[in-house]
Ligand binder design. Structure first.
Ligand code: FAD
Length: 551
């Protein structure tokens, strides 16, 4: 094998590397991977790719499930060039407030979310209770690139509440973009690529705010908020029967239910092992000063019991689930016990932490259990939040039970629930800003008509290869599609995770579901045409995107 692909630009590092996604299901060895030092270098490799008939994929940390970068089974000799943004395209620049303009940050998109959050915390001029700046919410892992996060409309968990109500969007990170630089072909019949900076609100910009890797962005300017302190309480003793109880006409938000906590503090997360009666329930509260009894933290990743699982635990889990799956309930409750003991250790309690926003929002480390996940964002009215959670919990348990009746245990890791707002363009500090077109949080006419203001994010995790997983995920997907209809709500895929399941072939294989996705975005065709218009050489695509991005 030659040292570089044919005629590769001499001054740009390139070598063959293995591409492996988060759960290891996609593993492609010996893929040509380059590491450009600037946006101009990316342009150079794109123009090289056109002349040599290669496609180009931006590559961040590879912490994804869905095959947005490379699809499983990509052949060794495929003409695809990965562009590793993490090596050099990591510069961060603070833009202080001036006149009417609030502070902003410009990030090259190979920087990680942790690098960005640490940088923001160090900047002067913020007027919040914590130093520096932040976002209303962020994803849980620190080791994701900003580019990867923006590509898939990343999110954390928060809606405005009596505890905090920033004058900012509580939707996706994509909706915080004010400007960006992309590599594009900028005339109709040209396959020559160059850099172009787009301003939010100019028109075509909205196609790039969430793009699934169907474009290549170099940097983005993001709006930020004053940094704040958060308290994070973890409860392991609230019965699921209370958290997930169905509302009634007279008690739309039952005491102790998930929705009751959302109403108070706006920030929750459910992590619930199957076959257990309680879960790990997190409630964050904006707390400018340290509440009595809360332990102060000044760095992220504060749950070592879940981040540093020894390899033997994972192996044991694999052994049990493949050897004797009927032990799944026992193992599941053992995990819940480990969680509860880890959180409520009387010598070093972790169930009540307090610190600057990033330190209690970022908690997933690379060393956590590598499971697979499906994901949907259900858009609905806040008044239906508890009903959606109760309906989901009932369906999840009833599906588990019916599979158990057939001696199948397809789910051996938790389900998770988080809640955000939609991508409100009125909360973006740019004239004529419109929402990202294909974000799972884009307000569509149907949302406005039904006053849907909330998205409930549901994920179900399991070890990859668990018997029955694809059948279970297919059943659950059909339930989401058939339940959230009419005025109740509508489900959208969480792009980075599993969706479009078939029982035999698994995720991203259900053509009918893909059509449902296309039908549920009003401006889908415009999105497809616009991204195509700026990529005349068809560089930024792969087999999944080619299948999905059709009018
Ligand atoms: P990669 O996996 O390397 O790439 C993902 C996609 O982004 C690819 O299509 C790639 O081409 C594209 N891309 C990357 N950089 C660029 C660029 N500069 N220009 C154009 N396209 C680009 N998401 C959430 O929203 N919230 C969470 O809390 C959350 N938790 C997670 C927990 C775990 C354990 C894992 C594995 C993922 C989680 N995710 C979460 C999903 C994660 O945000 C996405 O998968 C994200 O895309 C990963 O970033 P990455 O740097 O690894 O991107």
């Amino acid at each position: 094998m030659s040292q570089t692909p044919p005629n590769f630009p001499a001054n740009i590092e390139v070598q063959q590397e293995t591409f492996e996604n988060w759960d290891g299901v996609i593993n492609v060895p010996n893929v040509w991977t380059c590491a450009p030092k600037s946006g101009a270098d990316v342009v150079t490799v794109c123009n090289w790719a056109v002349s040599e008939g290669y496609t180009v994929r931006a590559r961040g940390i590879m912490h994804s499930w869905s095959p947005l970068t490379l699809v499983s089974g990509t052949p060794a000799n495929a003409k695809v060039l990965l562009v590793d943004t993490t090596k050099y395209l990591t510069a961060l620049k603070f833009i202080p407030a001036s006149g009417n303009q609030s502070a902003q940050v410009n990030a090259q998109l190979g920087a990680t979310m942790l690098q960005l959050m640490e940088f923001l915390e160090q900047q002067a001029g913020g007027k919040g209770a914590a130093t520096g700046y932040s976002f209303p919410h962020i994803p849980a892992p620190g080791n994701l690139t900003v580019g990867g996060a923006l590509a898939i409309d990343a999110h954390g968990s928060a809606v405005p509440s009596p505890a905090d109500d920033f004058n900012a969007s509580y939707g996706s990170l994509s909706n915080q973009i004010l400007a960006f630089t992309a590599v594009v072909t900028n005339s109709a019949n040209s396959t020559v690529y160059s850099l172009r900076t787009f301003q939010r609100g100019e028109g075509d910009d909205k196609a790039f705010l969430t793009h699934l890797g169907r474009a290549f962005l170099i940097d983005a300017t993001l709006q930020i908020v004053d940094n704040y302190n958060l308290r994070c309480q973890s409860f392991t003793n609230i019965p699921n029967a209370t958290l997930f109880q169905a509302p009634t006409a007279s008690t739309p938000v039952p005491a102790g239910s998930v929705a009751s906590y959302v109403a108070q503090t706006g920030r929750i997360e459910v992590i619930c092992y199957p076959f257990t009666d309680t879960c790990w329930f997190k409630v964050w509260t904006n707390s400018p000063t340290q509440p009595s009894g809360s332990v102060a933290v000044n760095q992220p990743y504060n749950y070592p019991f879940s981040d540093n699982l020894p390899g033997w635990v994972t192996n044991l889990l694999k052994l049990v689930t493949s050897g004797d799956p009927s032990l799944t309930p026992t193992l599941s409750s053992a995990f819940m016990t480990i969680t509860s003991l880890g959180l409520n250790n009387i010598f070093a309690p972790l169930n009540d932490l307090w610190g600057p926003s990033k330190d209690v929002l970022i908690y997933i480390k690379d060393t956590t259990l590598k499971v697979t996940a499906n994901g949907y964002a259900v858009r609905l009215a806040r008044t239906n939040l508890q009903k959606s959670i109760a309906d989901f919990a009932t369906e999840f348990n009833s599906l588990l039970k019916s599979y158990q009746g057939r001696n199948l245990y397809p789910v051996n890791a938790p389900f998770e629930i988080r809640v955000t707002s939609l991508d409100d363009p009125a909360k973006v500090a740019a004239k004529n800003a419109q929402s990202p077109v294909i974000s799972a949080l884009t307000p569509e006419p149907i949302d406005i008509q039904n006053q849907w203001d909330t998205a409930v994010w549901f994920d179900v995790l399991t070890l990859p290869g668990t018997s029955g997983e694809n059948e279970f995920y297919s059943d659950l997907e059909a339930w989401f599609t058939n339940t959230f209809t009419g005025t109740y709500g509508r489900p959208y895929p969480e792009w980075s995770k599993g969706w479009a399941y078939t029982p035999t072939s698994g995720p991203w294989t259900n053509a009918a579901y893909m059509q449902t996705i296309r039908d549920s975005f009003t401006n889908w065709d415009w999105e497809v045409a616009t991204l195509q218009k700026y990529d005349q050489g068809n560089l930024f695509t792969n087999a999944l995107l080619t299948q999905l991005f059709v009018p």
